[in-house]
Design a protein around this ligand. Structure first.
Ligand code: BG6
Length: 454
């Protein structure tokens, strides 16, 4: 085992929802691939035994139709459980004992962020933090001030190189592939700028609601839940300059530079919406003003992107589930103006399929309409054995590979951009379920050529 590889994985929140939905499947996949060979200790407040945790893991995998007998048995052999009162240092001693000879444990805090400070403090006091690294889930804070405070708390105990801020979109290969695709194909970089690109839009649409997470959603809303993190990651990969090297810090430096060039959003740059029926969800206030939809326009003030507007939108209860980027190219400067050609666009779909589609004008056979617009589509199905986003981020954090994680300055820059709008108390417009959001959007935040609904 290399000296940077974690020699134990401890996940706080073992009895919770995230563990059930995402962590157990990722752990089994890691076990199947031979990437997990260290004690895996679930920590929770419930008075469970290791067998109860194993039963919970099995239930999670059964629910997702994913039990692999051999990999599950191996995982079961690694699973332990420690019951901890998050506010009592003494109970953390039991964790230290369970860690045995482990010297480089990784602590994954899959718990509400309000608990981070107390847990980190007790990890420190009980001697559990020595040599360790910590993994924290997004949203990292709820605004700029709280993200700074959270960083301060974590940095009291852990070095920045031992902090892994998880955004599972970074574990998605098509998101990661964006900047690789741009710089690994010589034909793209020369046109990837304001001379050829007129505007960019990114849509994260989901055809479901808050799925029983009303309480969580009331504290977050669409901007904090998926825009400030997931969509900004897509944005920075699309817009960054070539990194100075392929190491994690060069890549992260290049991404931070994109955010630094974006001015904070004003109220006029954002429309917020809420689907009809959200207020009836469990845990949601009857007069809630939390957005389940947001659309925004921003600009990146640098040489490459001058004058190119970027549009981001995300929403729940929209007609379909799909994450798609549309890069609209400029009209050709000369020739064929009389044909009223359609403007070309490049569509990059991240999910549910990985798709690349290039719009083109070609000569058609119809003499009345000689120019025709077609789309060349290339599509790649994800194979069943490709690592899931959670498998990738957990595995990389355990190997101390930081490229897939948000650095402190990145997280703070991202909050700086959305902060004014989070505080502006802008109106929240109702929209019917199964529609593309509040109709006012098409009057206020309008990409050239209109929104492209995937
Ligand atoms: C999560 C959000 O981070 O990302 C959810 O909390 C959202 O609200 C989800 O549905 C989307 O991610 P994915 O991978 O399912 O597209």
């Amino acid at each position: 085992m290399s000296t940077s590889q974690s020699d134990a994985l401890v996940f706080f929140g073992a009895t919770g929802d995230l563990a059930f939905k995402k962590i157990f499947p990722a752990l089994q996949a890691m076990s199947k691939r031979g990437r997990l060979d260290v004690p895996v200790i679930g920590v929770g407040r419930s008075d469970w035994t290791a067998d109860q945790l194993r039963a919970r893991a099995r239930e999670s995998l059964e629910k997702q139709g994913e039990v692999d007998p051999i990999a599950f048995e191996k995982l079961s052999g690694l699973l332990r459980y420690v019951s901890v009162d998050y506010t009592e240092t003494a109970t953390f001693q039991a964790l230290r004992k369970e860690l045995g000879a482990a010297e480089r444990p990784a602590y994954y805090l899959a718990i509400p962020p309000q608990m981070f400070e107390t847990v980190v403090e007790h990890l420190e006091k009980s001697g559990c933090a020595k040599g360790a690294r910590v993994l924290v889930e997004k949203p990292f804070g709820r605004d700029l001030a709280s993200a700074r405070e959270l960083n301060r708390i974590l940095l009291k105990t852990f070095d920045e190189s031992a902090i892994f801020r998880i955004d599972h979109f970074l574990g998605k290969s098509p998101v990661n592939n964006l900047h690789f695709f741009r710089f690994a194909n010589a034909f793209l970089d020369p046109i990837w700028n304001h001379h050829y690109i007129e505007s960019v839009q990114v849509t994260l649409a989901e055809d479901f609601g808050v799925q029983g997470r009303g309480g969580f959603y009331e504290e977050t809303g669409a901007i904090r839940d998926v825009i400030q993190n997931h969509l900004f990651q897509v944005l920075t990969h699309l817009a960054m300059e070539a990194a100075g090297g392929s190491d994690s810090e060069s890549i992260r430096d290049a991404k931070v530079k994109v955010l630094e060039a974006i001015t904070p959003l004003g109220a006029e740059h954002v429309v917020r919406g809420q689907f009809v029926g959200y207020r009836d969800e469990k845990g949601v206030a009857a007069d809630s003003k939390v957005e389940t939809y947001a659309a925004m326009r921003l600009e990146i003030k640098n040489e490459r992107w001058q004058g190119v507007p970027f549009f981001l939108r995300a929403g729940k209860c929209l007609p379909i589930t799909c994450t798609e980027i549309v890069v609209r190219l400029r009209r050709p400067a000369a020739g064929f103006q009389e044909l009223d050609l359609k403007q070309n666009a490049l569509r990059l779909q991240i999910s549910p399929e990985i798709l690349f589609a290039l719009g083109m004008n070609v000569l058609g056979s119809n003499e009345q309409k000689p120019g025709q617009s077609v789309e060349m589509v290339a599509c790649r199905q994800q194979t069943a054995d490709e690592p899931s986003a959670y498998e990738r981020v957990l595995g990389d954090a355990m190997q101390a590979d930081a490229a897939l994680f948000a650095r402190q300055d990145y997280a703070e820059e991202a909050w700086r951009i959305v902060d004014p709008v989070l505080k502006a108390d802008t109106p929240v417009h109702e929209y019917e379920q199964n529609t593309w959001g509040p109709t006012v959007v098409d009057k206020v935040i309008v990409p050239p050529g209109g929104w492209h609904n995937p």
